[in-house]
Design a protein around this ligand. Structure first.
Ligand code: 13P
Length: 249
């Protein structure tokens, strides 16, 4: 059985003062029946650890370098994220694929580095509206999936987040049928590549304008094992109802 996962991606949001909300979130969910992951900006990982230690909340980074260390000004290695308190890292988010020109091949090398450092990877995939309208969504997702996911993946260290680019921060979400189609497709691809044991244990998240109002419907879709939430993960009062919807799904 896959344990469900509610993950929050704070993106480039959050200062020291935001940690008060993290404490509220931890106190509100002392023994959740789902896994909880918050990915704050890397500057907050270390102080966040002091708050989440001994709670149900795990911490993650939002990107990492392919190398362990070296002359890479401004970059952070997976080992550094782990040292600061992360047990996971988001990789290949569309904002990095788009604004930092990250390719699926780079994402795969980063994921391999993250696995070597003992981190769980949340690898993001998603089509643009242009690609969806050209009706080749499954081709795009299939190519991103096979190129971005490394052979070092297991049911424990790999999570895939399907995040249609056009649904991120837009208030628009795909229909349940559209989400279901992509998740069923990803599951079949993973089972084919890694075998049914691993393929069925990888958790598949949906991301893109998930809110308290639409969470229950999204979580009722087969093969949706949770969500990767942006804006609605910034405040405990917005994220808590999403966690509760996942617990009752
Ligand atoms: P929103 O939930 O703000 O649409 O962002 C989704 C996302 O990009 C999570 O990684």
């Amino acid at each position: 059985m896959r344990r469900k996962l509610a993950a929050g991606n704070w993106k480039m949001n959050g200062l020291g003062a935001s940690l008060a909300d993290l404490r509220v979130l931890a106190d509100s969910h002392p023994e959740p029946s789902v896994d909880l992951l918050i990915c704050p900006p890397a500057t907050l990982l270390h102080p966040a650890r002091a708050i989440t230690e001994g709670t149900a909340i795990a911490l993650g980074g939002q990107d990492c370098h392919t190398e362990v260390s070296g002359a890479f000004t401004g970059d952070l290695s997976a080992e550094m994220l782990g040292d600061a308190g992360a047990t996971a890292v988001i990789l290949g988010h569309s904002e990095r694929r788009d604004k930092h020109r990250e390719t699926s091949e780079e994402v795969r090398v980063k994921a391999r580095a993250a696995h070597a450092a003992g981190l769980m990877t949340v690898i993001c995939l998603g089509e643009s509206m242009f690609q969806r309208e050209a009706t080749n969504t499954l081709d795009i997702i299939g190519a991103q999936l096979s190129l971005s996911v490394p052979d070092t993946s297991t049911g424990e260290n790999l999570v895939i987040a399907y995040e249609p680019v056009w649904a991120i921060g837009s208030g628009m979400t795909p229909t349940p049928e559209q989400i279901g189609e992509v998740h069923t497709f990803m599951r079949a691809r993973l089972e084919k590549r890694f075998g049914p044991g691993v393929g069925r244990s990888v958790r598949l998240l949906y991301g893109g304008s998930v809110k308290a109002a639409n969470a229950a419907e999204i979580f009722s879709i087969p093969d949706v094992d949770g969500a990767l939430v942006g804006g609605a993960s910034l405040k405990a009062s917005d994220f808590s109802p999403i966690i509760e919807a996942l617990e009752s799904a």
